[in-house]
Write a protein that binds this ligand. Structure first.
Ligand SMILES: Nc1ncnc2c1ncn2[C@@H]1O[C@H](COP(=O)(O)OP(=O)(O)OP(=O)(O)O)[C@@H](O)[C@H]1O
Length: 273
């Protein structure tokens, strides 16, 4: 299934490239996902976006968690327009790119309670990502996918080469991450992986090595690389700021968790293309 979606996606990208000629946007795309729900994916996305903007990059977040969008809560916005208004042709792209209270940080909001069946899966969602890239206005676009591996998530993954997965050490989260690895190994070159609710960097490293060994044992593609890029501890400041619609990386600059996320940003900036 992913193969089919992926080959459909690359056809679409080739077609768009032809129309665009040799023009290449400066915008880099990073897609943030998780196998299991509730592991902290949206919290990571919002705070990574903020830290990137503080480092001087112009950043747009696309809330692609179709049906369960909550990025607007973390970024403290009450959007009247969402990506669906653009997809349905009711608003222009500029009209759905919302300025947040944070300098150089923009949001294209999703919509909670959206019914999957309203839109058939025909690459209408991921096209907005390509259109934002084509604007050539942002340095980095972060796409926050839903949890799990439904067709919408697969669609967003298929158009991205920089994929970051968030997991915890929980066995069910690891099982889901391994399913993600298995799927991506068919036609991607790498997955960046980081651990939330994980105090020690070393624990994450040990688990990633076990996942790599399992992949070898199951003869997944040898060209596919899983790259461990860091960990974030459990912190009461993270849950509290989330509840207050604030960002822990802004409110608690010196916290361990903020420093840990900065390490992840360092890796991202050196390795995304
Ligand atoms: N390291 C952490 N320490 C303490 N609380 C955390 C941490 N990471 C996330 N949380 C809290 O866990 C909850 C779930 O986080 P979040 O909404 O980011 O997860 P998610 O993976 O995006 O969930 P979903 O699958 O529903 O989109 C939130 O209340 C958040 O504040």
């Amino acid at each position: 299934m992913f193969d089919a979606i992926s080959s459909q996606a690359s056809k679409l990208v080739n077609l768009t490239n032809k129309v665009r000629g040799n023009y290449k946007s400066k915008t880099k795309l990073v897609t943030i996902t998780s196998g299991k729900g509730g592991v902290g994916k949206s919290t990571f996305t919002a705070n990574i976006a903020f830290l990137l903007s503080k480092r001087g990059f112009k950043v747009a977040v696309i809330d692609a968690d179709i049906g369960l969008a909550n990025m607007q809560v973390l970024l403290n916005l009450k959007p009247k327009v969402t990506l669906f208004d653009y997809i349905d042709g009711m608003k222009s792209l500029d009209e759905v790119i919302l300025k947040t209270d944070y300098e150089d940080l923009y949001l294209i909001a999703g919509k909670s309670g959206f019914q999957y069946s309203n839109h058939s899966n025909s690459f209408i969602f991921s096209r907005i990502v390509q259109d934002v890239i084509d604007l050539n206005k942002f340095d980095i676009v972060l796409v926050d996918t839903g949890a799990g591996l439904n067709d919408y998530v697969k669609e967003f993954l298929s158009i991205s080469d920089n994929i970051l997965a968030i997991t915890t050490t929980d066995p069910s989260a690891l099982t889901d991450v391994y399913s993600l690895i298995k799927m991506l190994s068919n036609d991607k070159s790498k997955l960046m992986l980081c651990f939330n609710h994980t105090k020690s960097y070393q624990i994450g490293n040990t688990i990633v090595n076990s996942l790599i060994n399992l992949a070898k044992k199951n003869r997944l593609s040898e060209d596919f690389m899983v790259k461990y890029i860091g960990n974030v501890s459990t912190s009461a400041n993270i849950s509290t700021t989330g509840r207050l619609r604030k960002l822990f990386t802004k409110e608690f600059v010196q916290d361990d968790s903020t420093r840990q996320l900065q390490v992840i940003i360092d890796y991202l900036l050196k390795n995304i293309h």
